[in-house]
Design a binder for this molecule. Structure first.
Ligand SMILES: [Fe+2]
Length: 184
């Protein structure tokens, strides 16, 4: 988790100690959103195969939406009196997950790996939503709205990995590499 200097002020009606924790949760999601929109662009550039254009074009609206999330999260940090950390160096230093591991690969391989990426991101959002229940409902509302969009995008990804019976090719996979292999 990123270093977190004392807030000099915060929004009215919020305890400074609570605001401090809310800023931490926002900062962790800001790292996740910045990482995700860059990773999605990387996938947009590196997919190959017969379904290239469908997947290539499906990804760009996700990039734009997640970039918008990063902006909203960062501005909420500033609103609460914090200082958003948006540099690549701070992201790499503070993130708790590994860099995306797939280069040029088929559409199914990338979609399999993205299934794992979205699982991680959405799980962390949902943990944040639970914690914010006691801390700040306004920030919780932002997390909920972003999670709804992320879950929709996750479904777009998973719909490519599903058979008619609703079984996911990636169901047993626990890493991007395993998921990419299972999906291809
Ligand atoms: Fe493009």
């Amino acid at each position: 988790m990123a270093k977190n200097p004392t807030l000099h002020y915060t929004t009215p009606g919020l305890e400074p100690a609570d605001a401090q924790r809310v800023v931490q949760l926002l900062q962790d999601r800001l790292f996740a959103a910045n990482d995700l929109h860059l990773t999605l662009k990387h996938v947009h550039w590196n997919v190959v195969g017969p379904h290239f254009i469908a997947v290539h074009e499906m990804i760009d609206p996700q990039v734009e939406t997640v970039r918008g999330f990063a902006d909203d999260l960062a501005e909420r940090i500033a609103t609460l009196g914090g200082s958003p950390q948006g540099t690549p160096g701070s992201l790499v230093e503070n993130r708790s997950w590994d860099d995306y591991s797939i280069g040029r690969a088929g559409t199914q391989e990338h979609l399999g790996a993205l299934d794992v990426v979205y699982q991680g991101v959405i799980t962390s959002y949902r943990e944040g939503i639970k914690e914010l229940d006691e801390l700040d409902l306004v920030t919780q509302d932002m997390f909920i709205a972003q999670t709804e969009q992320l879950e929709l995008f996750h479904w777009f990804v998973r719909a490519h990995l599903e058979d008619k019976g609703g079984n996911l090719a990636t169901a047993e996979a626990s890493s991007e590499q395993e998921a990419a292999k299972a999906a291809s």
